[in-house]
Design a binder for this molecule. Sequence first.
Ligand code: PEP
Ligand code: MG
Length: 944
Amino acid sequence: MLTLTANDIRLGCTATDWQDALTQASQDLQEAGRITPDYHAGMLAREQQSSTVLGNGIAIPHGTPESRDAVTSTGIRVLQFPKGVTWHDNATVTVLVAIAAQSDEHLDILRHLTRVLDKPGLARKLAEADDAEALVTLLSKEPVVPKCDAQTLCLGVNTRATSELAMSAAARLQGLGCVDSAFMKEIVSQPPVGLGQGFWLVHHSIGSIRPALALATPKEPSDELAGVFCLAGPGDDCRELLERIDNFLAQNTPLESQSVDAVLSRLSGEQANAVSERVRLLNTHGLHARPAKQLVQEARQHNADIRIRLAEGDGNSVSAISLTRIIGLGARRGQTLIISATGDDAEQAVKAVCQAISDGLGETVSPLRHHESQPESAEPESAPEPLADDEPLKAVAASPGLALAPAFVMRQPTLDYPATASDANEQTARLGRAIDEADGQLRTLIRQAEGGEAAPILSVHVEMLQDDDLYQAALEAINEGASAEAGWWRAIDTAARAQEALADRLLAERAADLRDVGRRVLANLCGVAMPTPPDEPYVLVADDLGPSDVARLDTQRVRGLITARGGATSHSAILARALGLPAVVGAGNRILTISDGTDLVVDGERGCLVPNPGAERRDRINRRLDQLTRLQAQAHECRNEPATTTDGHTIDVCANLGNTAHTPDAVDRGADGIGLLRTEFIFMEHPEAPDLDTQVKEYRHAFDALDGLPLVARTLDVGGDKPLDYWPLPHEDNPFLGLRGIRLSLTRPEILETQIRALLTAADNRPLRIMFPMVKDLEEFRAAKAIVERVRAEIPCQGLQVGVMIEVPSCALLAHTLAPEVDFFSVGTNDLTQYTLAIDRGHGQLSAESDGLHPSVLQLIRMTVEAAHAHQRWVGICGELASDPQAIPVLLGLDVDELSVTSRRVPLVKACIRGLSREHAREQAKLALGKATAAEVRDALETL
Ligand code: PEP
Ligand code: MG
């Protein structure tokens, strides 16, 4: 950022007075081609407003914002005055760092400088240096910024072992890129050192990439074990972090709250008895030198120790009377400052400082607009490049299908509102009305979405609206002078950030839900209606869609969905699949440049979109669409006929369900049974593990509706990205490689046993097949099957089959060892692809590459089928690949016996099989197996 050369430094200057020094500085900037002569007047004016002396003999003269037009390129010049110059505020200045900055680079330069200049002894070195190069090195060096913030906290880990906490904390630092595996090795071999009060410390510099401090606390703290600090980095770089540990221990009280905010506050040195308040910074150019100076002046007037920290920052709190430290916070417009104080005058001091900040610290400020409530990014994004006509754009295929219709781009309305209000009662009443209104709107949406996948998500929104903590937080803000809008959004934003800080994908999605529900109330408060789509059919284009946006869609008119963000497992993707809408997600910001009315192709099978297709492409798409419509109608008509190939081979096409209430719908769509019941969703719907009777009732629904058709129930598959509130798990850095699926169930065999008992009881001799998720080898299968055998001895179940899901590559590779002991295999291609290709299945950018048609995955399926058939066992496919039209012939050619897909796709998948011959399918499979990449497979299949 700072590109200083020896030419920017002038050593050994002398000046008659401060004006002379300033003139020299502006001349130097001019000669360096940074400014025009007009800038000098701006520099003088700036000094008249207040002195630019930072302390330590350093001044940073620069122009007023109005003089920025006179800056031709950003840069600094350093003038050394070894004999000193008396400045107009009587300070002696030995080094002038003259700044020419356009816009906000100003703040970054200042932040950089203050961090550098804060180094002990540096000011003296600068004043005495006789080598310009050495001075360049001193000033250009990027300061090392230690990491200690919400991300480095692992609170409430389910363990009582000091060493496990140390590892959790170290693993967190590794996950954040602060340390490498060498550090982990050191920590494993090092016993933690007691710090007193139940706190422990592990520290090493080997393997440290950046100085960092993590803290892990146990779920149930005791006098012996209240938490373990893990510190990384050489002692010298860790001074500030050690100070934080000191701050923390200095309070000498048990940790009362495991909340991230409370721990950060204690680490930052805020006293437990400190009065504190939050305030938003409104200054256009952030907390740069002039407003910072005003702040210091205000702070000095009070008989209190006042500290300031950034709520969004690295957790460091600084003294409100240190100008360099305040500038060093680098606070930007829209960010939240936490002001805390102790001492006689604390309460009044905090109020006065907050007021001064709200008033702009001597600058004219305007309230934040809604879109500004996210802090401005340090590096503004450049405007996205528009899309070219008739050129396909690849993205993530989220829901199959094809559409061609004009675009409707959903742009979030701008919500303008005042930040403050003086009539708290009126604001509270307004908020109450807006919440009630939102509640009514949501309940209407739930009625419209009844029975669908969106309804439960919307019900969660209703619950969020009723959350008393959220309401109280908003009231608190209102009573402190915020408007209803600002108070409500502050409460939502704080709660959402807290969820996000937990670094768990599912909780992060809850944060998206919170913001979604928050925006609804905010729009009601501002009296702004959400954007209205056209009456004609359209393709919906959006940055991202909240669940309630999707639920609100009029499926009669929406032909397809495209979003800039999100992966294949985002809410919008899941809901699009449930609604049967073709969808492409994660397409990037460029799609937001599309104008309303532009014709758009959405190809949810190939995962691409095309704006303004040319005549040839349009014809091709229209032909495919006609074909699809005919196919759909025919498929629906023949849905109850078997899926038999043209040469007489029949395979079963079953449905995947997460809710037994949807069984009649699956049967009505022609499903030959339930091929995958994701029983964890039944567990997730209950506040505690459902007991035997509750489960029996649930499963019985399915058997009754199936009327003799088989049900494949997968035992509880939690862990990974599917947590259960009432089954807390220790934090894992790689939850997908941790305690999940059968591994987890085997740690609580009583829960698994109850589930199996419920399944056998509900089946009552009807065709039940039980399978275990995430099995890695025969040993795990045997352990789980032993439980089934135990229960079966008590509750006989005719024709019961017990199988495993093939989701872990080891199981496919060892299928020949499992086949003699299992009754069937069901390949979970979602996880099998994830583990084979080492790509997180929900990864926003990579999930497009996580393609189950990858030849490696197909080889594993081939091995599974061969092993199974050698022992007369059957193989099903229950991952998303089973409903991929390009994959169906390949899977058929690999000789699988069953496909299980979402209910909606059952008729089409059956129709697709009826149009194939086994011989042709085998050719397709052979072709695919011979390719090197998924793209090659898809290209080859397309040309056949
Ligand atoms: C799979 O992994 O393919 C599967 C069907 O299981 P789930 O998607 O529920 O993990
Ligand atoms: Mg799975």
